[in-house]
Design a protein around this ligand. Structure first.
Ligand code: AMP
Length: 277
């Protein structure tokens, strides 16, 4: 496996399968790398798998955890190699944003409706999907992949990237992988390292709430069950909703294709999770 610091050295890996990450890799990320390996091996000429590791300043608001975001580069590279990656691409901020992370966004980039309208992540983090679309578009420009893999863990982000790729006619197939969880149900996240043991226990409220939503008979019942469980676990609720699985807009019935999504704070740590219902 090769570690590439600058896009000028990426040419031999053009056309590969890309896994964009911010590092601090855990089993969830590695399931994406293994999926990328499988997709890459389906081709007659084994395509390269390129994992990008870049903590994107443009998707953190002032006061969020950009400076203290966990950084574990050497261990990440070992894990990537063991999971089948051919290249780790770790660009500097100046290569991703030649005009600086605060420069205006490239006007060609489409921020799709699913990133602007549901009132979920974008409500409490207004710059977040602009930062995500910007970095993913730029990484695709540098890596030139034929496909990329994203996790369902960040469900609104997955739909956003799918819609951006489709609306901008980017030549990249978007694949997704289910959320990897600890045995007790907690969704794996690089931010789980911030949780002290009692907080980790409270954080289980998110997956418990989602499981309760699956057993509910109506949207109202599901949302009320989720809120009760989150409150019982002292999770400060940001949202706890059941939405259309494609548009993330409100729905009246628990028809096929509904998704339960929760976000909340345990102490200073903001956590999100989602499940099909
Ligand atoms: P991040 O490094 O947190 O930006 O995540 C990079 C990619 O890994 C995104 O596509 C995430 O959705 C995905 N990811 C993060 N956590 C998980 C998880 N627990 N299971 C599956 N995918 C995940």
């Amino acid at each position: 496996m090769q570690i590439v610091w600058s896009a000028v050295d990426l040419e031999p890996a053009y056309g590969g399968v890309c896994v964009p990450t911010m590092g601090a890799l855990h089993e969830g990320h590695l399931s994406l790398v293994r999926r990328a390996r499988e997709e890459a091996d389906l081709h007659a000429h084994r395509l390269p798998v390129v994992v990008t590791i870049f903590v994107n300043p443009a998707q953190f608001a002032p006061g969020e955890d950009f400076a203290r975001y966990p950084r574990t580069f050497e261990a990440d590279c070992e894990k990537c190699e063991q999971s089948g990656a051919d290249v780790v691409f770790a660009p500097a901020v100046g290569e991703v944003y030649p005009e600086g992370p605060g420069a205006p966004i490239d006007p060609r980039i489409i921020i799709p409706a699913v990133a602007r309208e549901p009132g979920l992540e974008e409500k409490s983090r207004p710059q977040f999907f602009i930062g995500v679309c910007r970095v993913v578009h730029r990484l695709f420009e540098l890596v030139r992949p034929s496909a990329a893999v994203f996790g369902e863990k960040d469900y609104q982000q997955l739909l956003t990237i799918r819609a951006m790729a489709s609306e901008m006619a980017l030549p990249v197939t978007i694949h997704s992988e289910p959320t990897a969880r600890d045995e007790d149900g907690l969704a794996l996240s690089s931010r789980n390292v911030y949780l002290a043991p009692p907080q980790r226990k409270r954080a289980l409220g998110l997956s418990k709430a989602l499981r309760a939503a699956r057993g509910a008979a109506s949207v109202a019942e599901a949302e009320s069950a989720m809120r009760s469980i989150l409150l019982a676990n002292q999770v400060e609720i940001d949202y706890a909703v059941v939405r259309d699985a494609h548009t993330l807009m409100p729905i009246e019935n628990l028809a096929f294709g509904a998704r339960a999504l929760v976000a909340g704070r345990v102490g200073a740590v903001r956590l999100i999770d989602n499940m099909a219902v």
